[in-house]
Design a protein around this ligand. Structure first.
Ligand code: ZN
Length: 213
């Protein structure tokens, strides 16, 4: 899943409007921000295997630190605690922790059974929506549109406009999403890892777009 995770961040804005959308994006996409670094370090592994599922050529053979449920619960706790120590905002801290976990739950829906429950020889889970491009596009599109509507309403109730900065972010996310769906498979794992790091741009972009003008 890609744009669906960002939608989770947009929905969070409605619940805790004082926290930046950039912070919510960081939490909602934290596992996929961590993953490329772990690939570069050789700690986690992915194999390019076109046809492994209908939607992505990536075979997530080994990613227990970024995507096993047990460790994800740990990341969720760590991010929540760090945020609380910095801001003393308990409700936002809880929400950020929940967002980190939401990533795994949303991945669970689309991934083929490749998500481990814990590091080591764990059973792997995944409901496999990626076997159907149509259902994947519909579900993720629906989640994304919901996120945009909820975010717009949240900003409106704060008396703040949604500016071109936000819409340019949405446009860029959609372009990347479509390229992921219809583009050729990545040339190699190094390219995946470096492209993955570009996702930090979305965190910064969301912070910039959400800032009170
Ligand atoms: Zn993920």
């Amino acid at each position: 899943m890609f744009i669906g995770h960002f939608a989770a961040g947009m929905i969070a804005k409605k619940i805790q409007p004082a926290t930046s959308l950039g912070t919510f994006f960081l939490a909602a996409q934290f596992l996929d921000l961590l993953w490329p670094t772990l690939l570069v370090l050789g700690v986690e592994h992915v194999v390019i295997s076109p046809g492994i599922s209908a939607v992505t050529p990536l075979d997530f053979v080994d990613y227990p630190i970024s995507h096993s449920l047990l460790v994800v619960l740990g990341w969720s706790l760590i991010l929540g605690v760090i945020y609380y120590l910095i801001t003393k905002n308990k409700n936002s801290a809880l929400l950020l922790g929940a967002l980190v976990l939401s990533h795994w739950v949303l991945d669970l829906i689309v991934h083929i059974p490749d998500l481990p429950l814990y590091p080591g020889t764990s059973p792997k889970v995944g409901f496999g929506l990626w076997n159907s491009p149509v259902l994947t596009i519909l579900l993720e599109g629906l989640i994304f549109i919901t996120g945009i509507i909820v975010y717009k309403n949240a900003k409106k109730s704060q008396g703040e406009p949604v500016t071109w900065k936000f819409w340019s972010l949405i446009g860029f996310l959609l372009v990347i999403h479509i390229m992921n769906l219809v583009g050729p498979p990545p040339p190699d794992v190094t390219a995946i890892a470096w492209a993955g790091h570009l996702q930090w741009l979305f965190v910064w972009w969301a912070w910039w777009a959400d800032k009170r003008s």
